[in-house]
Design a protein around this ligand. Structure first.
Ligand code: COA
Length: 388
């Protein structure tokens, strides 16, 4: 029985800032941002969007009424949780109108959360092939204004509908994983911003990839030559390239070129959105599938997930015949066409706005946010969402 990704949806907030403008404002060489880091545009998340509304906006692209009755698991991976107790998944379950006898919960392990959810969903559907799971990664990456990490911020959500006989990607039971307690990136619950040892996190990302890739080859006997593409968790698009470069020499020149071409395709969307933490790997997969014209059914794609702190995992999937028909290509084009570019000072203004923390009431104006679901108000420490 094949289990995997049947549908995939993506949502990014309605504003973005241009990275050349940001570099100029910060007194940096734009080449550092666009080439050295590899980012062109950065999504800016207004008060009217949070991890719940973004998750629902992404999921609305993929589920219909039949799916609503079939979903038994609603899993939200996030590291931008706004509640230490109640999960974002419970709000998402209700807002999406999913059948009530479902399990809804949130998973946290930095950017690895959605992968944990995906593997759990795969196992569940393997045991219950007539049922389905909804796995979402939804985050807002915030390091702070004029910080070293600012250039690697972003926000957005990916939603994946996991079923038997999937129409996009069949997931293999070949994952290798690795966990170690390190302090490369973390966010104490009293802090709005992530703490990061940037260069150390770069080193650890590459080291964790080497570890799980070695374990993968030993476990499966597969070689790099058997892959058409590798997708990476992309906090910024240069990051995955550092990991890929260290293994490229394991295959011949022609394959090296093909893997690099596919790597470029896998960065197109991320380059224009920024870091979306838990969803970044799956945004990269979506980018690859929508941007590459050289892939075909049966091709094997490797996926490297990394969540600081840290957990790494490598696994693979094979493309299903007709996968192109099930991709949200038109919706993605519309989403990007409808985004509005804002100036650096407008971005700073949006970034600095916070919701009340004293229980007072705030009605949040839609302004230019025409997304199907928005955070419309907070009152007595409760969030209220509006649809349509
Ligand atoms: N033109 C082209 N490239 C340039 C450049 C220019 N004018 N100026 C600098 N660069 C290159 C550097 O050579 C470097 O490339 P390399 O990494 O291939 O060596 C890159 O741009 C970044 O420069 P660096 O000096 O390392 O940037 P930084 O000290 O500001 O830190 C991060 C970059 C990513 C570490 C920082 O933004 C950060 O901490 N981000 C958050 C953490 C994160 O995303 N971690 C990833 C693992 S999950």
């Amino acid at each position: 029985m094949n289990i995997g990704i049947d549908k995939i949806g993506f949502y990014a907030p309605p504003y973005y800032v241009d990275m050349v403008e940001l570099a100029n404002e910060r007194g940096d060489d734009p080449g550092k941002y666009t080439v050295g880091i590899g980012q062109e545009q950065m999504a800016v998340t207004p008060l009217s969007q949070d991890i719940v509304s973004m998750a629902v906006n992404a999921a609305l692209q993929v589920i219909n009424d039949t799916d609503r009755n079939k979903i038994d698991l609603v899993i939200v991976g996030t590291e931008s949780g706004f509640d230490a107790s109640k999960s974002a998944a419970v709000y998402v379950h209700e807002l999406l109108g999913i059948q009530p006898h479902a399990r809804s919960f949130e998973i946290k392990q930095a950017c690895y959360g959605a992968t944990a959810g995906l593997q759990m969903a795969k196992d569940y559907v393997t045991l219950h092939p007539d049922r389905a799971a909804l796995v979402i990664g939804s985050d807002v990456a915030r390091y702070g204004l004029a910080t070293g990490g600012e250039v690697t911020q972003g926000g957005g959500a990916i939603a994946m509908f996991i079923t038997a006989n999937p129409r996009i990607l069949t997931l293999e039971a070949d994952a290798t994983f690795y966990s170690r307690d390190i302090m490369d990136f973390w966010r104490p619950s009293y802090s709005e911003y992530a703490m990061v040892d940037g260069q150390y996190s770069n080193e650890q990302y590459v080291a964790f990839f080497a570890e799980v890739w070695k374990a993968y080859k030993e476990k499966t006997g597969r070689t790099l030559s058997e892959f058409e593409a590798l997708c990476f968790h992309l906090p910024y698009t240069k990051m995955g390239k550092k990991a890929l470069s260290q293994v490229l020499t394991e295959t011949d020149d022609e394959k090296q070129q093909a893997l690099m071409n596919h790597y470029q395709a896998s960065t197109v969307l991320n380059r224009n959105v920024g870091n979306i933490y838990t969803g970044s790997l799956y945004l990269s997969l979506l980018s690859l599938l929508t941007a590459s014209e050289a892939l075909e059914a049966g091709d094997r794609i490797g996926l490297f997930s990394y969540g600081s702190g840290a957990v790494g995992e490598f696994f693979s999937g094979t493309l299903v015949d007709g996968y192109l028909k099930n991709l949200p290509t038109t919706k993605i084009k519309e989403l990007f066409a409808n985004r509005k570019q804002i100036s650096v000072s407008q971005y700073e203004d949006i970034f600095s706005k916070v919701l009340p923390q004293d229980g007072s009431e705030l009605t949040i104006p839609a302004e230019e946010d025409a997304s199907p679901v928005r955070l419309v108000a907070v009152k007595e420490h409760k969030r209220f969402y509006g649809i349509g």
